[in-house]
Design a protein around this ligand. Structure first.
Ligand code: ADP
Ligand code: MG
Ligand code: MG
Length: 351
């Protein structure tokens, strides 16, 4: 009989809309004739307030692509999940950002002892938290930009402490630097700053999103990405590049049609490609990822340096997104990719 896949999408994050489009693509991929009678889809929709809606509403959202008006009720609790949840054999969360990519939903699946697609609790949490992520990358010997972790209390303290913090950032990282909330994605809350005034504005803003903030030295580099697939023997895809004309790859550039270009495969020397692929596997293993991850890098053409920027454990998964496109160009078509992901989840079990 067919395996029942619980596809969870939407979610309480800034990437709610993207998640719906990713889910539409995955639903189609799992049930296309290329995967004949393999999977029965049971969709679940998490609205913008965090309420879980069952298969009927979820299926209609997959059809129309339109978000459901968020519930007015307080956050749901786990004893009123849609009843279909108990029928699921394997979960496929396609939630981007906080409350889905960060280990929270993964913990729920682990509690109910059902396998799920993608990384476990710790890898997801480390992948979402840029400060933890960089510490793990450093321990694995991966090169990255210079950075300073900042605690919100340093920003929300007396002016003297705050001013000392800014002096320290200026002397160690210089300008331009990037200020980021530690636990977000899609460039939300990120600023590129060139002056002391911009620095304090950016720190104040980042502090409104998160208790942990990271400040990084800015680099001038090409942005290249690699897709990894697998559990114990992860494989790396061809490399893709993102180009754009804005100051950096900000939210608007990411989500406005025509602002960013994906070039796959990227035009790079063979040794650079091989090094990025090797670093991708090292990074995947370093955080203990499973199933899938997209590894993002800065390639400083002038010096030949390759710096790891970040890992995304649940990368964008629309038909046009970098992750499935990288696999497509590596020789794995979309329906085969989603099939492999479910098989990897079943192979791994509920751990
Ligand atoms: P997110 O997880 O939100 O995607 P990133 O750390 O990838 O956050 O930053 C978003 C974008 O900001 C990057 O794709 C890049 O364009 C720019 N950026 C981030 N950090 C740096 C840096 N240290 N130097 C240069 N550009 C950066
Ligand atoms: Mg990210
Ligand atoms: Mg990024």
């Amino acid at each position: 009989s067919r395996i029942k896949v619980g596809l969870v999408f939407g979610g309480r994050s800034g990437e709610h809309e993207v998640s719906i489009i990713s889910a539409q693509a995955i639903a189609k991929g799992l049930t296309t004739p290329a995967n004949p009678d393999r999977y029965e889809l049971i969709p679940f929709y998490i609205d913008k307030n965090g309420a879980w809606l069952g298969a009927e509403i979820a299926a209609s959202i997959l059809k129309t692509g339109q978000p459901h008006p968020p519930s007015e009720t307080p956050p749901p609790n786990f004893w009123n999940f849609p009843p279909q949840a108990s029928e699921v054999d394997v979960w496929f969360p396609i939630l981007h950002g906080p409350n889905g990519e960060d280990g929270t939903v993964q913990g729920l699946f682990k509690l109910v002892q059902k396998p799920w697609v993608g990384s476990g609790v710790a890898a997801s949490a480390v992948g979402m938290d840029k400060i933890l992520m960089k510490a793990v990358f450093a321990a694995a010997g991966l090169e990255q930009v210079a950075y300073l972790p900042v605690n919100r209390s340093q920003i929300w303290s007396d002016p003297c402490v705050y001013s000392h913090l800014c002096d320290h950032i200026e002397s160690t990282l210089g300008y331009p630097c990037f200020v980021k909330p530690a636990n977000l994605g899609s460039s939300v809350g990120i600023a590129k700053v060139k002056t002391r005034d911009q620095l304090t504005t950016a720190l104040d803003n980042a502090a409104s999103y998160d208790t942990r903030i990271i400040v990084e030295a800015g680099v001038v580099a090409r942005e290249v990405e690699c897709a990894v697939l697998g559990n114990d023997r992860p494989q790396a895809s061809v490399i893709g590049e993102i180009t754009y004309t804005s100051e950096f790859y900000d939210y608007e550039t990411k989500y406005t049609d025509g602002r960013a270009n994906l070039i796959i495969p990227a035009d790079l020397p063979t040794e650079v490609i091989e090094k990025i692929q090797a670093m991708s596997i090292t990074a995947f293993n370093a955080i203990g990822a499973a199933g899938l991850a997209r590894l993002d890098f800065f390639y400083v053409e002038k010096t030949g340096e390759i710096l790891i920027n970040e890992v995304n454990t649940l990368p964008g998964f629309t038909a046009l997104s970098m992750y499935p496109q990288l696999w497509e160009k590596t020789g794995l078509a979309f329906p085969d990719l989603v099939h492999q992901l479910v098989q990897l989840a079943l192979e791994r079990g509920a751990v």
